[in-house]
Ligand binder design. Sequence first.
Ligand code: PAP
Length: 335
Amino acid sequence: MDNKTTTDSGSVRMVPVSSTDMDRLQGISIHIPSFLKVGPERVIMGSVFTDWYSKYENFPVYQDDTWVVSYPKSGTTWTQELVWCLINDPKSPEAKLELKKRFPFFEFDSLISLDLDTTDIRKDDPMCPGNTWHIVQNLSAPRTIKSHLPKELLPKQIWQVKPKIVYVCRDPRDVCVSYYYHYIREHGYKNTFNHFVQLLLDDIMVYTPFWQHILNFWKMRHEDHILFLRYEDMKKDLAAVVRQVAAFLGRDVNEEQVSWLTHHCSFEEMSKNPAVNHETLRMAPTQEAKAIKFMRKGKVGDWRNHLTEEQQKAFKQWTLKYLQGTDFPYYQDYE
Ligand code: PAP
C-alpha cells in the first residue's frame, strides 16, 4: 500500500479502502464521504475516525465504568436501558433524560462529518458534531458508555483497568436487515438490499469484520469483567437476563423489581418511551427515512421476510467459514 495514502492516528495504522471497495461504498452514507481500514483487523470506519482516534485511544477509563459494547443493531439500546436502570434509580427524574445523554455513544462524533447540516438539530443535541464527545468527557461516576468499536479499537486502558463490559450479539441475518433500515433512516442509503447484504458479507460495511467483532468478546466471556449476552436470549426470557445482568453488576434485585424492569424494557414500552426510542435521531432528510422508526420491529427472525434463498446460502457459507474451528455455537441453524 502506498505510504502517502496511509493516515496513522495514535498507534493505529489507517489505510483508505481500495478504489474497488470505495466504488461499492460510494453513496451509502450522506455523512461519510470516504472510508478507512483501521488497525490489524482492518476495521472499516469513516474517514472522520482519523481525527478522533488518538483521543479515543487515550481516553481515561475507571473501574466503576460500565460499557455496553456490540456490533451495530444487535440490541445495544435495549441492553443500555437495562444496565442503566440497574445501576441508577429507574424512577428518578434522570431516567427521563435521553439515553444518548446518560449513556452516550462513545465514538459517535467519528461517524459524522463535521460539515453535517445541523440546521434542524438543537444545538445542545448530542447529534451536533462534538457534543457527544463533550458529554462523554463530562459524565459523572459511575459512568455508563456505549460503543460499537471492536476490541482492538476500544481505549487501551479498558484492558488494564477492566471496568465491567456487557457485550451483546445478534443473529447476523437480523443485524443485516436492521442495519439496512438504519442506513436508510440515518444515512440516506439508496442502493438495494442485495447491495447492502454483499457489503456486510464482504466485511466492508462500517464496523466490520463482523465475526471478529463477536468472537473477540466471546473468547473473553469467562473473564470476571465481561458479560456476553445474546439478543435472542433477551427476547426469549428477559426476566432471566435481568437477573443475570443484575448479578453481573453486583445489584440485588427482588422479583418485583425484575418484573418492573422486564416490563419497562419490553419492546412495547421502549417504543413509546421518548428517552430511549431515538425518535429525534433521524439524520437523513428523505421520505424513506421518515417512514422508518428506530424501534422498528424488535423481533427475532425478521430476516425470513427479507433474505432470498441465495442470500441465505451466502450467509450460511460466510457464517460457517468464520465459525469453523471456534466453539461459538449460535446462528448455525441453517436448514
Ligand atoms: P444501534 O446500533 O443503532 O445502537 P441497537 O440498539 O443495537 O441499534 O439495535 C436496534 C435494534 O434493536 C432494532 O431492531 P429492528 O430494526 O430489528 O427492529 C430495535 O427495534 C431493537 N430493539 C430495541 N429495543 C428493543 C426491545 N426492548 N426489545 C426488542 N428489540 C429491541
